[in-house]
Design a protein around this ligand. Structure first.
Ligand SMILES: *[C@@H]1O[C@H](CO)[C@@H](O)[C@H](O)[C@H]1NC(C)=O
Ligand SMILES: *[C@@H]1O[C@H](CO)[C@@H](O)[C@H](O)[C@H]1NC(C)=O
Ligand SMILES: *[C@@H]1O[C@H](CO)[C@@H](O)[C@H](O)[C@H]1NC(C)=O
Length: 495
């Protein structure tokens, strides 16, 4: 969920020291107060996952590991008050990842409330290492959790306009688990191969949806996952490999895609928004050359230097935070009250209830891991990689790309996103830069501003922070509908 939640080296050491795979209970100590940025992040969301990642002894497996097999259940969260389970079209499943030792990927699949011919949409939450249920229950899923842990329909759930899949990935987060630590993925190759395998199996299990349009969506660190999986699908489609996935577009909300550009824009964004003075901005900006230099080395050499680059670039964000104090860096209109910026703790409570797990086909021994520190740490060298590189090829093939950003988010702010998108080299670059900025109007009110050229659209959403569908649910659903309907485009002659 976080753009690039900074975990300190201290937590890293603790984590590796505790990763002896002994299956002892409670391998890592309870969070000591104020000890690391990792814990700060988890506290920001009031989440306290009991395990650093999701693992289980073979003994307790509910499903045997049969590579490539999907086991799906139908469920109803509504009990007797709702329609019959068979009519609801709500499914949860486990997929045994074929290119793994023992990894099972968990997903929710909600058929459209309106029309089964609606597009199929997959949603990916970021982190890296946060389960997609954070979005499901607080942003764009069919339900929201209310305080007594009962559920209420979300009128603006994206299942109003799509058949939507929420996946827990990479392995180790949410309800996705493995008994073998070598299944933890360190990079986008591993992540996208697993997702591609999953989608193939999903469409094999649901052949009636193969003909539907298909869109990839997600938020935050999914700005890394999404270009990687979109490129892989497009390549395999062109090679006529596997089931043809009808990829029409991909959307990234407050994403982290071109990390160097996005880190370097922090002082400018903070100054523009009155969070710091000009002198403070100049001071912070002195850290930019080092970020830039190490990021370039990461780009050309890869490996360990990418961790140095992350440190150097994070120093910019850290210095900014040391000035702005208890500001909520997901929404600059807000303070973090106490240690909490948000309270998502109900998702852990709900999903760890035995009756809920049993309805979803989750084994008794498993705990729900909202955000996995192990999964995050494994991706440290991935964070500074610039995932923009695959996007021009997708645009040239006419695949639509929507970048949207709540304008009050600091951590993956709109300015950094617009900057890398403007700098991206593709045939429509000049056309996009010259595109007029038009109002995005919902219910007669200006809800954002839009730039668009050909398959590329950039939407800045008013009065929203990092989690746009949470802050502006109606606007977010309207955005999805118009974009999928090909209507999120400027009225320019070449459209
Ligand atoms: C789930 O429901 C669908 C109908 O929506 C049915 O075809 C399928 O067999 C059911 N699966 C299970 C495991 O009950
Ligand atoms: C939970 O809260 C909702 C809304 O306040 C209420 O309608 C419902 O009856 C409550 N459920 C329980 C089990 O208390
Ligand atoms: C932009 O991309 C085109 C086509 O790949 C390439 O020929 C050109 O050199 C690139 N321009 C820049 C400035 O990188």
């Amino acid at each position: 969920m976080a753009c690039s939640l900074p975990f300190s080296k201290l937590s890293l050491l603790l984590l590796f020291a505790s990763l002896s795979f002994s299956y002892a209970t409670s391998r890592h100590p309870a969070f000591p107060p104020q000890s690391s940025k990792a814990e700060r992040l988890i506290r920001s969301f009031n989440l306290f996952p009991k395990e650093p990642f999701n693992t289980i002894q073979e003994l307790h497996h509910l499903h045997t590991f049969v590579p490539g097999q999907i086991v799906e259940t139908n469920f109803s969260f509504l009990g007797a008050s709702g329609p019959p389970v068979e009519d609801l079209g709500h499914h949860a499943g486990y997929y045994s990842l074929p290119h793994s030792k023992a990894a099972r990927m968990f997903y929710f699949f909600f058929e459209s409330r309106k029309n089964k011919n609606d597009p199929v949409v997959i949603w990916l939450t970021g982190g890296p290492g946060c389960g997609s249920e954070l979005a499901l229950f607080y942003e764009n899923g069919p339900f929201h959790i209310i305080n007594n842990l009962s559920l209420t329909w979300n009128d603006y759930g994206w299942d109003q306009a799509s058949n939507i899949i929420f996946v827990d990935q990479p392995t180790g987060t949410g309800f996705s688990y493995s008994s073998d630590k070598s299944d933890i993925r360190p990079d986008e190759t591993g992540v996208s191969n697993d997702l591609y395998d999953f989608l193939q199996a999903f469409f094999k299990a649901h052949p009636e949806f193969v003909k539907n349009d298909f869109y990839i969506t997600g938020e935050s660190y999914a700005g890394h996952y999404i270009p990687a999986i979109a490129s892989l699908i497009n390549q395999n489609n062109k090679k006529k490999q596997g089931i043809h996935i009808n990829l029409k577009g991909f959307a990234i909300g407050n994403g982290l895609t071109n990390s160097p550009i996005q880190y370097e824009v922090y002082p400018e964004f903070a100054l523009q928004n009155g969070l710091i003075t000009k002198k403070e901005a100049d001071d912070i900006s002195k850290l930019i050359p080092d970020c830039d230099k190490t990021a370039k080395a990461c780009e050309s050499r890869g490996g360990k230097v990418c961790e140095d680059a992350l440190d150097a670039c994070e120093a910019i964000f850290d210095k900014l935070l040391s000035i702005v104090g208890d500001l909520n860096y997901y929404d600059i209109r807000k303070k973090c009250l106490g240690p909490l910026c948000y309270d998502y703790s109900n998702v852990e409570k709900l999903l760890n209830e035995e009756k809920v797990k049993s309805a979803l086909g989750v084994g008794k021994g498993l705990k729900y891991v909202s955000c996995s520190r192990t999964v995050y740490d494994a991706m440290l060298q991935d964070t500074m990689k610039n995932l923009e590189v695959g996007i021009p090829g997708l645009l040239e093939d006419g695949i639509r790309f929507l970048a949207y950003a709540g304008e009050k988010d600091l951590i993956c702010n709109w300015l950094g996103n617009l900057r890398w998108i403007n700098a991206m080299n593709w045939s429509g670059q000049k056309g996009f830069e010259a595109s007029p900025t038009v109002k995005f109007v919902v219910d007669g009110a200006e809800s954002g501003t839009l730039n668009s050229h050909g398959p590329l659209s950039f939407l800045k959403v008013h009065d929203a922070g990092h989690m746009v569908p949470m802050d502006q649910p109606k606007v977010a659903l309207e955005m999805l509908k118009r974009w999928m309907g090909g209507k999120l485009m400027n009225p320019t002659p070449d459209n």
